[in-house]
Design a protein around this ligand. Structure first.
Ligand code: C2E
Ligand code: CA
Ligand code: CA
Ligand code: CA
Length: 277
């Protein structure tokens, strides 16, 4: 029996090693992809439901991997968060999204771009200065950038978060609370925070027609946001039926496969040109 235990431990140990080796190689490869700029941003539109405003675009990271093919963020963001690679990665995303945003503006497509901003970056000392420099370097008009941050990120240190959000507001950069409703919610803090937008998590939108409670949550979040002077984006909108329901509820912006999947730059540019024409 003792011998079996030892065997188990050995097997377990080697599995563990294999696992950490895999993580180590993922780490090294991602690190290299960040340094060499081989990551890619796809963009997904958020269209306004009422009126004629030009769509905003959310930047979503992709990793074209020589062996694994296109790697989606769910496969490497958690490791990036744990290892700290998320910080240089986020700065790469911001720089690259703002450069592209400026190119769209020069081409007569004055879009707003939303970037997913990790909790770890909010804790960096120089974040406000770096964001300011980035916007200035690309000569972008006010409110061209939206930072999407999650609730859990704010709740980790509400006091620090509110200080940073105050500074970000002064830069005329908008802040959106991403995946709203899924974190340990912060309704009490929300009223003190300088945010501009709530983004209703797609789990509520996708459950809206089957579960009365999801529908109630969506409706309530929209009306609460409006009462607080915030705009609302719904994500995960896949059908005409979702669109109709959300439009009837006065949701401001819609994002999802019903409008468009996330697309690489060239394709989303053609999509935008067709949209404004
Ligand atoms: P998220 O911020 O909630 O982004 C929305 C995700 O929903 C995207 O997945 C998008 O492709 C997907 N989606 C959009 N419309 C629909 C729809 O109608 N139906 C369904 N089923 N899905 C839809 P994606 O691109 O795989 O990104 C997954 C997550 O990875 C993002 O969730 C975000 O948390 C994270 N992520 C992506 N890019 C970045 C980045 O540049 N930085 C950081 N820190 N995180 C990122
Ligand atoms: Ca997001
Ligand atoms: Ca603001
Ligand atoms: Ca989400």
């Amino acid at each position: 029996h003792a011998k079996n235990n030892k065997m188990d431990t050995m097997v377990y140990q080697s599995l563990l090693d294999e696992h950490s080796l895999e993580r180590l190689s993922l780490f090294n490869e991602l690190n290299e992809a960040i340094t060499t700029g081989t990551l890619e941003l796809y963009y997904q539109p958020q269209v306004v439901t009422h009126g004629e405003g030009i769509p905003s675009l959310e930047a979503l990271i992709r990793w074209p991997h020589p062996v694994k093919g296109m790697v989606f963020p769910d496969r490497f963001i958690p490791m990036a968060e744990d290892s700290g690679l998320i910080i240089p990665m986020t700065w790469w995303v911001l720089e690259s999204a703002m450069e592209q945003c400026a190119a769209w503006h020069r081409a007569g497509l004055p879009v707003t771009v939303a970037v997913n901003f990790s909790a770890h970056c909010l804790q960096e000392d120089d974040i406000v200065q770096r964001i300011a420099d980035c916007i200035k370097r690309h000569n972008l008009p006010d409110h061209s950038l939206v930072l999407e941050i999650t609730e859990s990120m704010i709740m980790a240190d509400p006091h620090q978060a509110s200080t940073v959000l105050l500074e970000i507001d002064k830069l005329k950069v908008d802040v959106s609370i991403d995946d709203f409703g899924t974190g340990h919610s912060s309704l009490a803090y929300l009223k003190h925070l300088l945010v501009d937008e709530l983004k209703i998590d797609r789990s509520f939108v996708m459950g809206m027609h089957e579960h009365k409670n999801d529908e109630v949550i969506v409706r309530t979040v929209i009306s609460m946001a409006h009462n607080m002077g915030l705009r609302v984006v719904a994500e995960g909108v896949e059908t005409r039926r979702d669109w109709d329901a959300l439009t009837a509820m006065n949701c401001d912006r819609i994002q999802g496969y019903f409008i468009s999947r996330p697309l690489p730059v060239e394709q989303i540019t053609r999509w935008l040109e067709a949209f404004v024409r």
